[in-house]
Each structure stands twice: as structure tokens, then as C-alpha cells.
Design a protein around this ligand. Structure first.
Ligand code: GDP
Length: 441
């Protein structure tokens, strides 16, 4: 997962700090040296790291912090705040045109994920009740127009195309089309190139001059690290960006781009691509991201995802069952099927504070694993499903045979079931705390 290394390293540093009742200036300096190395290893821009450490140091070595009752906690709090500042403080929303349509130009290099992101963004807007129009202005990459049409079809959003004509003409005509068809968002998928060149910039500038976009969003691949930041700087210098969309943050990128882009270019990250599927685009929240990096979880995003994906009625029933301790293996199977809709479990677990411990259940909601789980549970008698504690050695043997799995797999499933029960209890508790307005620790 993104930031995994950075996150682990920072948590190690802070564990040491928290362990000490008193801190000296030297302790803080030592810790910040380790933070500095961790950030550099995560591929954060050198100058950004330098400024970041200087800011944290300035705040952290004062009397107020060192002589407070919880100096370690205070230092962590300062790092947390500075991480949030680094990524732009608050979620940067899309600019609004005032009078429709809002025109969004997506720019970027080939392969960054522009076409996919155009469709993801249209899907997100559509879910908010907006009426987006996708515009196929990438006339150079052979399959780009078709790709956008296919994506548009899947999400039921119209795609404006004129074939391989001048992208400037296409863009211009698309605005008129949007107006006469009452579309309030126009998302223009422009052409990319393998590298930045004059021809590309000239074309983009011409489109910009003709359509006067409210947003020029650069789509960059987070996996390319520092290159992503350099690309962002060039595009911003030439074109004037209003924001950045970082894609492929689901991969095992080190995350440096996410932490450097805002500081280097001044452009906020507005969205993050978290996977290949159409629903994998999230508004970028600096505070939530900082919490994830520091291992504090991101309960807000998790709950939002749960609300979107889970069948409210089923979730309610499940909670009631948990309360009355009736949660059984059939509910377990049902909840696995529901959770699968929320996204990769690894990603979800990263959002729960302190969830490293239940890593075992990560990965089990992939298609194949789910089939095994189903087979095992269906091979049980109804009584076994309701009271898993009666499943002894000979029953396990029978279940393994019946489901074409092994005793180890049956054991693993029973363990996962116990973990799931715990997880759901914790989840319920967190939601209650949040409702009361308490902070999750
Ligand atoms: P374009 O050349 O910039 O239009 O790039 P495409 O939209 O064709 O995307 C290139 C590849 O990146 C495709 O295989 C996409 O599925 C993939 N991709 C785009 N966004 C993401 C993302 O957020 N996560 C992952 N894992 N893959 C992505």
C-alpha cells in the first residue's frame, strides 16, 4: 500500500519518542533526523524535506513542548499538522463555473491515467446528481476515443466525439453541445505525449484559449515519484494548472509525489486515483492522508465508503446481531460479500487505527478466496453455522472433504470469522464515538 514504508518508519520513530517521559532538544533532533531520512527514502523532494523538518523543529524544541506532560505526543501532533499543511491543509474542491457548464480540461502524459480518470470523474459527478459530458479530444493515441466511448457507455454518460479532427475544434464544439443539451460539466480528455514537448503544450494552450476552462487538472502517475513532480512543475509553468489528480496511489508507490506536489508547484491535489475501477477516484483530503501516514487510520473515509457500499438494512441487522451475540457464519459470509463491494480490504484496513493486527483477513475477499469461503460454509450443517464453537476435529475433517479444501483452510476461516467479529465490534464502537464528536485515538 502507498506510504507503507514511510508509515512504518515514522511509527517506529514516534514509538521511541512516546516511550520517554521527558524529552531533550537532542532527543527531538535525533528523531527528526530519522524522520528526514524516512521522507527522503519515500522519494519526497529534497528541498521540501528540508523546509518541512525546519518547520517542525522550530515548533517542537520550544519550552512549551519539551516541558509539557506529554512531549512525545506533542511532537507527533506537530508532525501531523505540518504534514497536513504540506499537502494543502484542506480538501480542494472543484471550481464552480457559476453559470454552467463548468469546463474541466484534463492534461497529462501518456499512460498517466487521463482517459480512465476522465470517466472516473464523470462517474463521481454523476453520483452527485450532476450532468457531465465527456469529450474525446485525444485524437493521437489510436484507442483513446474508443476507450472513452466504452467507459462512457458503462457509466451512462454521453461522450462527445468528432473522430480525428483538430482537438481545438472538437473542444470548442463540445461546449456548444453541452450548452444545448443542458450538461453542467464538460470533461475534456486531451492528448498526451510520451514526454513534454512544445507541440503538446501549444495544442493545450490553444484549447485553453478557446474554451476558457474553469479547471485545468494535471493527471500524474504517483508511481513515477519525483518525475511526477517535475512534470507537474513544467505543466504548471506552461499552462497554469488549477490542480492535480494523482493516480495509482493504490500501488506500492512510495508516496513522495503526494507529499511534494503542492509544495513544489503550489497546486493542490484535488483527487486521488486508488485503483483501476471506475469508482476508484477519491477526493483528496490532506488531513485524512496525514492520519493514514502516521498510522492513525482514516475512519471518516471508511465510514463514507461503508455507507455507499453497504446495504443499510443489512448493516443494521448485522449490528443488531452483533449486539445480541448472534453473529454467525452465515452472517460472516454475507458481510464478506458486502465488504467486497467497498474495495480492496488491504486499503480498508489501512484506514482503521491500529488494524495492523488483523492483516490476516486482508486479501480474503478476492474472488477465489471468497469461493473457498463459500464452499466451506456451505459444507457445514446449519447448526455448525450458527454455533461454530461445536466444530471439532472430526467435523473439520468432514467439512474440508465436503468443500474440497483442507483442514488448515477450515481453521483459517474460523480464525478469520473471530477476527471479523472483533473488527465489526470495533467498527461499531468507532462510529458511535464519531457520532458523539469524540476523536478516535
Ligand atoms: P492515458 O494515456 O493517460 O489516457 O492513460 P489511461 O487512462 O489509458 O491509463 C493507463 C493505465 O493506467 C490503464 O491501464 C489504467 O487502468 C491505469 N490506471 C489509471 N488510473 C489508475 C489508478 O488510480 N490505479 C491503478 N492501479 N491503475 C490506474
Amino acid at each position: 500500500m502507498v506510504f507503507e514504508n514511510l508509515s512504518n518508519k515514522l511509527q517506529e520513530v514516534f514509538k521511541k519518542l512516546k516511550g520517554k517521559g521527558r524529552l531533550t532538544e537532542e532527543d527531538v533532533n535525533l528523531a527528526l533526523r530519522e524522520v528526514r531520512i524516512a521522507l527522503l527514502e519515500a522519494d519526497v523532494n529534497f528541498q521540501v524535506v528540508k523546509d518541512f523538518i525546519a518547520k517542525v523543529k522550530e515548533k517542537a524544541v520550544g519550552h512549551e513542548v519539551l516541558e509539557s506532560l506529554t512531549p512525545g505526543q506533542q511532537v507527533i501532533k506537530i508532525v501531523h499538522e505540518e504534514l497536513i499543511n504540506l499537502m494543502g491543509k484542506t480538501n480542494a474542491k472543484l471550481n464552480d463555473a457559476g453559470s454552467p457548464p463548468t469546463i474541466i480540461m484534463l492534461v497529462g502524459l501518456q499512460g498517466a491515467g487521463k482517459t480512465t480518470t476522465a470517466a472516473k470523474l464523470a462517474y463521481l459527478l454523476k453520483k452527485q446528481g450532476k450532468k457531465p459530458l465527456l469529450v474525446a479530444a485525444d485524437v493521437y493515441r489510436p484507442a483513446a476515443i474508443k476507450q472513452l466511448q466504452v467507459l462512457g457507455d458503462t457509466i451512462d454518460v454521453p461522450v462527445f466525439t468528432m473522430g480525428e479532427q483538430s482537438p481545438v475544434d472538437i473542444a470548442k464544439a463540445s461546449i456548444n453541445f453541452a450548452k444545448s443539451n443542458l450538461k453542467n460539466y464538460v470533461i475534456i480528455d486531451t492528448a498526451g505525449r510520451l514526454h513534454i514537448n512544445e507541440e503538446l503544450m501549444d495544442e493545450l494552450k490553444k484549447i485553453k484559449d478557446v474554451v476558457h476552462p474553469h479547471e485545468i487538472l494535471l493527471v500524474v502517475d504517483a508511481m513515477t515519484g519525483q518525475d511526477a513532480v517535475n512534470v507537474a512543475k513544467s505543466f504548471n509553468d506552461e499552462l497554469g494548472l488549477t490542480g492535480v489528480i494523482l493516480t495509482k496511489l493504490d500501488g506500492d508507490t512510495k508516496g513522495g509525489a503526494a507529499l511534494s506536489v503542492k509544495a513544489v508547484t503550489g497546486c493542490p491535489i484535488k483527487f486521488a486515483g486508488m485503483g483501476e475501477k471506475i469508482e476508484n477516484l477519491e477526493p483528496f483530503y490532506p488531513d485524512r492522508m496525514a492520519s493514514r501516514i502516521l498510522g492513525m487510520g482514516d475512519v471518516l473515509t471508511l465510514i463514507e465508503k461503508a455507507k455507499e457500499a453497504l446495504d443499510a438494512e443489512k448493516a443494521q441487522k448485522m449490528q443488531e446481531k452483533l449486539k445480541s451475540r448472534e453473529f454467525d457464519l452465515e452472517d460472516f459470509l454475507d458481510s464478506m460479500q458486502q465488504i467486497k463491494k467497498m474495495g480492496p480490504l488491504e486499503q480498508l484496513l489501512g484506514m482503521i487505527p491500529g488494524m495492523g493486527k488483523v492483516k490476516d483477513i486482508a486479501g480474503m475477499v478476492d474472488e477465489k478466496e471468497l469461493k473457498h469461503i463459500e464452499a466451506i460454509i456451505y459444507s457445514m450443517t446449519p447448526e455448525e453455522r450458527r454455533k461454530p464453537e461445536i466444530i471439532d476435529g472430526s467435523r473439520k475433517k468432514r467439512i474440508a472433504k465436503g468443500s474440497g479444501t483442507s483442514i488448515q483452510e477450515v481453521n483459517r476461516l474460523l480464525k478469520q470469522f473471530e477476527q471479523m467479529k472483533k473488527l465489526m465490534k470495533q467498527f461499531g464502537g468507532m462510529e458511535k464515538q464519531l457520532k458523539k464528536g469524540k476523536k478516535i485515538k
